[in-house]
Ligand binder design. Sequence first.
Ligand code: FAD
Length: 529
Amino acid sequence: MSGTPTVAIVGSGPIGSAYARLLLEAFPGARVVMFEAGPQVTERPGQSVRNIVDPDEKARARERSQGPQAGEFRASLGIPAGAVVEGMFTARQGTHLLDFGGEGSAHAASFPAAAAATNVGGQGAHWTCAIPRPAFTEKLGFIPDDEWEDLISTAEGLLHKQSAAFSDSPVGAAIRELLSREFGDELPEGYGVSTLPVAGDPQPDGTMRWAGADTVLGPLLDEGTDTAARFELRDLTLVRRIEHDGAHVRGLVVEDLRTREQTFVEADAVVVAADAFRSPQLLFASGIRPAALGRYLTEHHVVISTVALDGDRMAELVSDDELRSELARRAKNPTDPVAAVNRIPFSEPDHPYSAQIMYAETPPFPLPIDHPAAGNRWGYVNMGYGVRKVPRVEDGATFSDDELDYRGLPNFTIDYALDADEEREIDEATARLRRAGSALGTFIAEPRLLPFGSSLHFMGTMRTGTDPATSVADPYSRVWGFDNLVVGGNALIPTANTMNPTLTSVAIAVRGARRLADQLSAVHSVPHA
Ligand code: FAD
């Protein structure tokens, strides 16, 4: 066969975008059509809404990403009127709960905070942009070390990794120093307190331009480039079904949510990167139901607290002039209060946790004016530990043939429970968080475990592996038994992971995209770059 193959991608988040970029750059003849159920909410498709300076515009972009919880915007997003209960608790800004309580909502009493974003760029338009590398048993055992190094470096390049973001912040450095004094002796060489790598581009004025799917798509969005000419993004277009014969995919049935018109789109290969619940849901809806589909759900549990930094301890390490110039610089972007990001990484055997420590000038919730820590000149730290969950087949989503969700796709119920070891690790992480907070200042929010689902990092439901009985995808992310159906996203992570997963998922996607490009070029007799 010769000619130009078309690859259809479901979902426009960072993972779908990584596939689009890598396939178009590797394969000169290829065309990519990307389908996204949500609207485009930023001028440049898939941009981080954190980069929007105007607060009203930012709030509108977030609300339009909230699918069934998008308030007055719901009707314009093609969401049926009955599909929400007014006044429900909403998820983090830009996201919507899976179990939102209205008609057609998922059932997730044991995983209540689980949420998704429905917009061009997916959750990647709302994320915090932390991109640490996985370590020790968090890594995928079947990928050789030298290949992994190449995959993860390529992923870091796609996401514009900054390993030393805010490293010039004197307050950030003082936080690292105080935490090192507390924990330094207990942590192995190379896994001590350090800056947290983030995705974005530092600007000359000291602010960050945070990365989103637009960063990953890169030249595909630049008018006049060869790859842009071969790339098409259709927003407000819901993929309803993957058409296939049990071993080979022919294309997709898509619905334009503006007109309600359904059409069939032919494709030489399909990549499903529609998040950890909606991707397996689409496979199930299409009659693709491997035993592990939706199962082995993990997240990292989150214990969290907020601390007002201690003036005396900080003043020992930061001069008045340094603080003044730091505050003046941060004032240039008042709607993005994060000013330094630090971490204590996962290490084995003694520190199976990841700590993320964010310094901000304002607390994440309003403090009463007479609170002793209100208006703290040194600022605040929001910090949390990520605690692991061992993958077990019992945890996960069960899809229904009889009940439809608000979009008319098979509805699902999530079951999720911890064992005694997992409970113990949560207790240990909470004790560490107490130590960390006491080392930095005074708690204004005591350490506490967030409801399950709060991490927004859902993994395992389409795990990649070497055994078709316990995984959905092969080691190159192809659904077992199919030659041209690829899956992507955090759902592929098969390990017990304690930290932000997007970098790992992009690295897995790099492997999948390279293999798919090889395969398509062999079938279509077109050499690839
Ligand atoms: P998504 O970004 O979720 O995109 C999937 C897209 O598929 C969605 O836009 C959805 O609308 C679309 N879709 C679903 N079903 C269909 C369908 N049937 N048809 C068409 N389209 C469909 N991760 C980190 O690593 N570090 C962080 O610091 C971090 N912070 C976060 C903070 C917040 C507030 C949030 C919300 C997330 C955070 N994350 C973080 C998670 C990160 O954003 C995700 O890991 C990442 O976006 C996953 O990318 P994805 O492409 O797999 O899926």
